[in-house]
Ligand binder design. Structure first.
Ligand code: GUN
Length: 286
């Protein structure tokens, strides 16, 4: 079984981005800027935001966290987003999800300028993704597909099964896989799927993104399946994915670990999107 090491792959990408940023800054360009907005005190979100900021600092990207208290109103949040949209030193804006009750994630992500939407969640970017047009792509789907490519796996002509249809992972991942560039035959499974085991057994590539600890057992894949585990579940025994890793690792051809698989790749893609947006704003790419 090949273990797809997202941590190592992400480190390589981050290093390349750091070199690119350093070169442009040495030529007199301003550094890229990312604004991260966090509302409330969700411990997992606090860790994600800290990790994103640390990765930015290492890549020479200016990052600033806007931490708002739980109870912040939608109007106040939209006002902050307007201000960030207008700033010429900010290339990327993200609102860390989930938002506390009372705030509407769709309204908030829709208020970010599409060309600064480094999460790729804005309806304009999602629409472009569905149409196969160039756009900022959601980081987790882009990250896992990059990881597969780094390991030489090509889903073209293969059966790809995506378990989970969330707006931030499952659905955009399925859209990407179906594009000509990846050319997979895609099935999306969700809570209404009649026979999940049968669908998973048909998969050459199985993408797990439903957020249920060790819900998919080794009996649900065929020998030689490539399993990308995007679940991050906090259990009393620590972090685990949606796959029963131990049992599945004896049957799969390749797997991503949790942690150390999809997570680090997500952050690498966030930096890549921020650097891309910065280069576009500076006129360094057309
Ligand atoms: N919450 C879980 N994953 C993500 C992500 O990729 N971006 C944001 N903004 N929030 C998240």
């Amino acid at each position: 079984m090949i273990l797809m090491d997202g941590k190592a792959a992400a480190a390589g990408i981050r290093q390349e981005l750091a070199t690119l940023v350093r070169m442009e800054v040495a030529r007199g360009m301003r550094a890229p800027g990312l604004a991260v907005v966090l509302v409330g005190d969700d411990p997992a979100s606090q860790i994600y935001v800290r990790n994103k900021q640390k990765a930015c600092a290492e890549a020479g990207i200016h990052s600033e966290a806007h931490i708002l208290p739980r109870g912040t109103g939608q109007k106040e949040l939209l006002h902050l987003l307007d201000t960030l949209n207008a700033r010429t030193d900010i290339d990327g804006i993200l609102v860390q999800l989930p938002l506390p009750v009372g705030l509407d994630a769709a309204v908030c992500t829709g208020a970010i300028a599409p060309d600064k939407d480094v999460d790729g969640f804005h309806p304009v970017n999602m629409g472009k993704l569905a149409l196969g047009l160039p756009c900022l792509k959601p980081c987790t789907p882009a990250g896992v597909l990059r990881l597969l490519s780094i390991y030489g796996f090509n889903p073209a002509g293969k059966k790809a099964v995506v378990v989970g249809r969330s707006n931030i992972v499952g659905m955009p991942l399925a859209l990407l896989l179906a594009q000509k560039q990846f050319n997979a035959t895609v099935t999306i499974c969700h809570s209404g799927t009649a026979d999940l085991k049968r669908e998973c057994l048909a998969a050459d590539y199985l993408f797990l993104a439903m957020g249920r600890p060790r819900a998919i057992g080794a009996d649900m894949i065929h020998e030689g399946c490539i399993v990308v585990d995007i679940g991050i579940n906090r259990t009393p025994g620590g972090l685990c994915g949606d796959a029963d890793f131990e049992a599945m690792s004896r049957k799969a051809a390749a797997m991503t670990p949790v942690p150390g698989g999809a997570g680090p790749m997500t952050i690498a893609m966030l930096l890549e999107n921020t650097v891309f947006s910065w280069r576009q704003r500076l006129g360094l790419v057309s």
